[in-house]
Design a protein around this ligand. Structure first.
Ligand SMILES: [Zn+2]
Length: 526
């Protein structure tokens, strides 16, 4: 993953750094007369550890304390009754009056093809407030006790950038969207200290087993940042961390009210995360043209912005002017237009070199928008796994065949020389970098249908998007992302080379994960 994708036969590390890379003779000569422990990989592959371009560490560990409501291929939920059963089982283990929370349901994979409602969740419990999160994280549902806990009734106004869904009689159905989720459901993701330990340990284990050596925590608030810094210092987290603060935390940092401690090799506070729209499979992505199959009776429905355009312009200018990097979630192309307008206007008023602002997902980025990204030096970070997990439904329901074929346009970006990254947005889907590579190389849906084969890329390009280019996205490419003398010794051993098996890269196994020269995961030991 160096500038010319060289491969080498041997590597020398000392302490936490790489000292030499080259032929066996070159590395032996760099060793001089000193003694060293020699590891023979016996034909296996060593490569840089994966750098997480965007996820929500330690969200992957939330299933330690919440019900897992994912449908196949990730989980086993097929019907609303399955959701009710799981929530009832968790309620039985929870004190009455305490929240019972589940995560990961996908209405478009349920037999009923609809969101559960308060009435469904009331069957799980009336003694507990019950809350469930949609797989996108952008929608959720409360039962009657949950709505009552917050005092949400037919008179409660929608928050700006969000929606309380009502039935024909004007009563809340229990379904909440976007800023309503942020206001009422997000606080339920704050675990107590003991739960937090279990969550962090589980997430740490899951990421290491997949070869991740730098994890990212996106949209981090003050409390989560404090927990992550503590967890890292106490040695509960083996990986390096990149924290993307939310706007409140970033503003507090600018005012000097909070501080993540000194910048170190272990914790890097990166771009400020903003969320400009929602999720296309949740019908809250903001599109320039209507959805293929509209969610209700309105054939012109095209989603909505989560941050009104004028507010987005002001927020972007504020953080850009303060010298910070921005990472803005944008799925629909109308949201991407707003984001690019905001970034371009901020840059015009206050030109800065090498800003590396990021558009997270950039799912429906059009060709003209990629041109603008190239011109502005904006990095698209693609959630390319959508072609696998949601590809069939994007084609048939949400975007229609033409727009679905163009989603996550990796080949178009590559053609322009844009150094994009790939991510899994975990816990939205499991952290599996080699599956991300496979998906970008093959672009096949869960049913095996090709989704935009013209956007396929080569394994080496997908691997760069998960190593050196992800490190560059975080301004960490001088220390991470490739195996070169002087860089940190973060590397993984694979059972075979992903370059040799393009069709089955998802079955390549991580045998060992090494961070700062130390083996922190060995397959079979866990
Ligand atoms: Zn995210």
């Amino acid at each position: 993953m160096d500038a010319s994708n060289r491969t080498a036969a041997a590597i020398l590390t000392e302490g936490d750094r790489i000292r030499a890379v080259g032929s066996e003779a070159e590395v032996r000569s760099a060793l001089g007369g000193r003694s060293a422990r020699i590891v023979d990989l016996a034909g296996r592959t060593l490569m840089p550890g994966f750098v997480d371009a965007h996820s929500h560490f330690p969200g992957a560990g939330l299933y330690e304390v919440m019900a897992d409501l994912n449908s196949p291929p990730i989980g086993e939920v097929r019907t609303i009754d399955d959701i009710v059963d799981r929530m009832r089982a968790l309620a039985a283990k929870t004190d009455p009056g305490e929240w019972v929370v589940g995560m990961g349901y996908d209405d478009s994979l349920l037999a009923e093809r609809r969101h559960p409602t308060r009435a469904d969740l009331d069957r799980a419990s009336r003694q507990h407030p019950v809350a469930i999160y949609h797989v996108s994280g952008h929608l959720g549902v409360l039962n009657s006790a949950g709505l009552a806990r917050y005092g949400i009734d037919s008179t409660t106004p929608d928050p700006v950038g969000g929606r309380i869904v009502h039935d024909d009689a004007g009563r809340p159905t229990g379904v909440l969207e976007e800023e309503a989720v942020q206001r009422w459901l997000a606080p339920l993701l704050q675990p107590d200290a003991w739960q937090a330990l279990d969550i962090v340990r589980a997430a740490n284990r899951l990421y290491l087993a997949q070869g991740v050596t730098t994890a990212q925590s996106g949209l981090t608030n003050r409390q989560v940042m404090r927990g992550l810094v503590l967890g890292s210092r106490l040695g509960l987290i083996d990986m390096r961390l990149v924290i993307l603060p939310d706007a409140d935390l970033a503003s507090a940092q600018l005012r000097g009210e909070v501080d993540a401690g000194p910048e170190s090799d272990w914790i890097h506070v990166g771009a400020v995360k903003l969320v400009a729209d929602g999720s296309i499979q949740g019908y809250t992505g903001y599109l320039s043209e209507p959805y293929f199959v509209p969610p209700g009776d309105d054939p012109t429905y095209r989603g909505y912005p989560r941050i009104p355009r004028a507010d987005l312009m002001a927020l972007v200018a504020k953080f850009h002017d303060a010298g910070l990097q921005l990472a803005i979630h944008g799925n629909g192309d109308a949201a991407i237009d707003d984001i690019l307008d905001a970034l371009e206007s901020a840059q015009r008023k206050n030109p800065r070199a090498d800003t590396r602002h990021i558009i997270i997902h950039a799912q429906m980025a059009r060709e003209d928008q990629l041109d603008r990204m190239q011109r502005l030096g904006v990095i698209p970070s693609f959630f390319e796994l959508h072609t696998y997990y949601w590809g069939d439904r994007h084609r048939d329901i949400f975007m229609g065949p033409e727009r679905a074929a163009r989603m996550s346009p990796t080949r178009s970006a590559l053609r322009r020389g844009i150094r994009f990254t790939l991510h899994a947005d975990t816990p939205v889907v499991p952290m599996e970098p080699l599956r991300m590579v496979w998906a970008a190389v093959n672009r096949l849906s869960t049913s095996g249908a090709p989704i935009g084969p013209e956007q396929r890329i080569e394994p080496i390009d997908a691997l760069r998007a998960l190593t050196i280019d992800a490190a560059r996205q975080h301004f960490l490419e001088n220390d991470l992302g490739s195996l070169e003398a002087g860089k940190l010794a973060d590397m993984i051993i694979l059972d075979r080379s992903p370059l040799d098996f393009p069709q089955s890269i998802d079955t390549v196994r991580v045998d060992e994960t090494v961070i700062a020269g130390r083996v922190v995961y060995r397959r079979g030991d866990d």
